[in-house]
Design a protein around this ligand. Structure first.
Ligand SMILES: *Cc1c(COP(=O)(O)O)cnc(C)c1O
Length: 390
């Protein structure tokens, strides 16, 4: 057997792309008067809102903090249920727990891997307050169906679009559609500010709550003050947090935002290469692409048809690692995580997500990779699948 790996050096599954102009922009802020939340944060928020076509954008120190803010602004509290998907990062559900609410997991659609609106409908009751759909891998959720349910039952919709900057749902950019939409600026996401998060909204009331929440619940806004002792005066009107983004981070986000269309285009080019190569392999199911929507492809996930293979997912995963391919698995269903098990969530509640988890592998996908890198991944996958072909 050929033991030489396809690649000499390790290819990660995701990575940022920082260029000279990004570095220069950060250096310029370091030499300016503002390091923390100042004019650059404001400028970045305006640019971000304009890009997604929303009226307002509020930045946070990370995407998880942003989701926490959205749950606060939506009024989620003790006794409230919020429906989300298990096929996501823990933060999509943790934000509900932070507010004392209860995450309820609706199973995924087996084709799109996104939350299934029919399953959502079955779980709605008088305690349900909101839905947090996640555009898994960047593929837009069936938002028309979700919004119809939200309207009928008076629910707030908070999109977790950590994977979906640059994606469109029926002509509209993700970020312009629901009550609130969250984006993450973590380095593996489409653009980065080191750490960072954003909520976009078209609702002034949500906007103002979010701004106050990320800064201790404090306001200096004359129209909101209950008293006014003088020009120094501020009020802390509810319990908020210090969840602010810094100008150092915001300028990086701002510089990166100018590159988003180029970054997404490169991701799309690479997934086309993957799809063409893997469509021919019956042991692999390639990701579904919904009609009328444009995924922004945060992740490329292959599903193994294990009945046609002599090896397990773990063996194939390890085989790819031996080829120096940075594989990963997204995600362990949230309700299966030990903490969620401890607080009472049972296995078996979301069979589609649980089965999917057993069969998936995430392959490298990021704009800075090259076509040669993509071809290495394809060669490595073919090599490893051939080792285990029935
Ligand atoms: C990355 C991510 C988050 C959290 O974002 P952070 O900026 O890392 O806090 C939330 N939801 C999903 C689906 C994510 O991928």
């Amino acid at each position: 057997m050929d033991t030489k790996p396809i690649r000499d050096n390790y290819l990660p599954y995701g990575s940022q792309w920082i260029e000279e102009d990004d570095i220069q922009a950060v250096v310029d802020v370091l030499k300016s008067n503002y390091l923390t939340t100042g004019p650059t944060v404001k400028k970045f928020e305006e640019e971000f809102a304009e890009y997604v076509g929303a009226q307002y954008a509020v930045s946070f120190s990370n995407g998880t903090a942003a989701l926490h803010g959205a749950c606060f602004a939506a009024g989620i509290g003790q006794g409230d249920e919020v429906i989300t998907t298990p096929m996501t990062f823990a933060a999509s559900a943790n934000c509900v727990l932070y507010q004392g609410g209860e995450p309820v997991f609706a199973d995924i659609d087996d084709k799109t891997y996104n939350i299934d609106p029919k399953k959502v409908e079955e779980l709605i009751n008088e305690k349900t307050k909101a839905i947090i759909p996640v555009h898994f891998t960047g593929q837009p959720v069936a938002l028309d169906e979700i919004h119809a349910l939200a309207k009928e039952h008076n629910l707030v919709v908070i999109e977790d679009a950590a994977h979906a900057l640059g994606a469109t749902y029926k002509e509209n950019k993700i970020g312009s559609i629901s009550d609130m939409t969250m984006f993450s600026l973590h380095p593996v996401k489409h653009i980065t500010s080191g750490e960072g998060g954003i909520i976009t909204t078209n609702d002034k009331n949500y906007y103002e709550k979010l701004v106050q929440f990320r800064s201790h619940g404090i306001t200096r806004d004359n129209d909101k003050l209950i008293e006014n002792h003088g020009p120094w005066y501020y009020e802390m009107q509810f319990l908020g947090f210090n969840y602010r983004l810094t100008d150092i981070q915001a300028v990086l986000g701002s510089s990166q935002l100018q590159k988003i269309d180029r970054f997404v285009e490169l991701r799309r080019k690479y997934i086309d290469m993957y799809n063409i190569a893997f469509n021919e392999i019956s042991q692999i199911t390639v990701p579904y692409q919904a009609e009328g929507c444009n995924s922004s492809w945060h992740l490329y996930i292959i599903r193994l048809n294990l009945e046609q293979l002599t090896g397990t997912r773990k063996e194939i995963f390890k085989g790819l690692q031996l080829q120096n391919i940075g594989v990963n698995v997204h995600y362990i269903p949230v309700h299966q995580l030990p903490y969620y098990q401890q607080i009472g969530y049972k296995r078996g509640i979301c069979p589609n997500a649980e089965k999917l988890y057993e069969e998936i592998i995430t392959l490298p996908l990021f704009p800075k990779m090259t076509e040669d890198d993509v071809n290495d991944v394809i060669a490595a996958v073919k090599k490893v699948i051939n080792q285990y072909r029935k």
